[in-house]
Design a protein around this ligand. Structure first.
Ligand code: ATP
Ligand code: MG
Length: 302
């Protein structure tokens, strides 16, 4: 299916797109491309689950088709809908002109001209640049009936539209499913996929991500920021900061011309890192200083 030769090649091509890919994840991507299997990524918020689909599409020169899941998402909004408004206008026009040949009008109204293609159908259409990357994002937000429907759609990559017929993907898309694990996704769906838990990166990798995404931030500040965020994640917080927060925070500090962290700077900018008042309250007073001292001690052991 793909010309990618090795796990190293996967890492290199994603790096070109600014995505720092740990070897276990690169292995899953390599195998998914080789075997034509969907990838199922679970992990905390802001750890690069959505981003890898974008990076992969861009690296392979494929189009990215995204199905954003939400509560109440149903098959019709995921596959296709009829353009009712346009159908109504056509009916009125035909009536007004008095030439309503019912059979041909009906055929026209339920033909391709009035079909609204939604992500799953789009992903099954031939694409000159090759099979697209289909990102089914935040699957845990939908319900079980939709999951069951998806399971079927992913197994044969074809949809049947009663009025038009069956449409089959000439080449199956590269599928990436993500979940924040607000609920467990059904085993049957997981079984079809290669699974990977995307964890918070360790210090060196997070530093590498920050240097890739915000190269304008001085290295000494980047090290402090990453060290502090890593230290924060070991605290008992309601919502731990993801990599996205690390990048945001570093950019905020840069905008404020901060050269080095201090308890005052941390207190002023904590909203870039922690998004819950209870978590922010925990770092009031001497707590930020204690964490900063510990971060510094870990960065430069004496
Ligand atoms: N490995 C990485 N390499 C490069 N950038 C990364 C990486 N991981 C995260 N990022 C950065 O973090 C941001 C957030 O990542 P992303 O949106 O993919 O998170 P997510 O895991 O999908 O989170 P959520 O569960 O909240 O949707 C990205 O825009 C990207 O800038
Ligand atoms: Mg996401």
């Amino acid at each position: 299916m793909s010309e990618i030769e090795s796990i190293d090649a996967v890492q290199a091509m994603l790096a070109e797109e600014g995505y720092v890919c740990a070897r276990p994840l690169a292995t899953v991507v390599f195998l998914a491309l080789r075997l034509g299997r969907p990838i199922f990524l679970e992990g905390e918020a802001g750890v690069g689950k959505t981003e890898i689909a974008k990076a992969l599409a861009s690296a392979l020169g494929r189009s990215l088709i995204r199905l954003q899941c939400y509560e109440g998402l149903d098959a019709s909004s995921a596959v296709y809908e009829w353009n009712f408004a346009a159908q109504m206008v056509a009916i009125r026009t035909a009536e007004a002109s008095g030439q309503a040949d019912r059979a041909s009008l009906q055929e026209e109204l339920f033909g391709p001209g009035y079909l609204l293609e939604r992500p799953l159908l789009k992903a099954m259409r031939p694409d000159p640049s090759g099979a697209p990357v289909l990102l089914i994002d935040e699957l845990d937000r939908t319900d079980e009936p939709f999951e069951a429907f998806l399971l079927e759609a992913l197994s044969d990559f074809q949809v049947t539209i009663p009025e038009i017929g069956t449409i089959k993907a000439p080449q199956p898309p590269i599928v990436i499913l993500t979940s924040n694990r607000t609920r467990e996704v059904h085993d049957a769906l997981k079984r079809r996929c290669l699974y990977h838990w995307v964890d918070y990166p360790e210090f060196d990798r997070e530093l590498e991500i920050l240097e890739t995404r915000a190269p304008e931030v001085a290295e000494s500040l980047s090290r402090e920021v990453v060290g502090f965020v890593q230290r924060l994640r070991t605290e008992d917080l309601f919502k731990k900061p993801g990599v996205a927060e690390t990048i945001d925070w570093a950019k905020c500090l840069l905008a404020l011309d901060v050269l080095t962290l201090s308890p005052e700077v941390i207190a002023d900018t904590l909203g870039a890192v922690l998004k819950y008042q209870d978590d922010i309250a925990k770092l009031q007073g001497s707590e930020a200083k204690r964490l900063l001292d510990e971060t510094r001690a870990a960065l430069d052991p004496v």
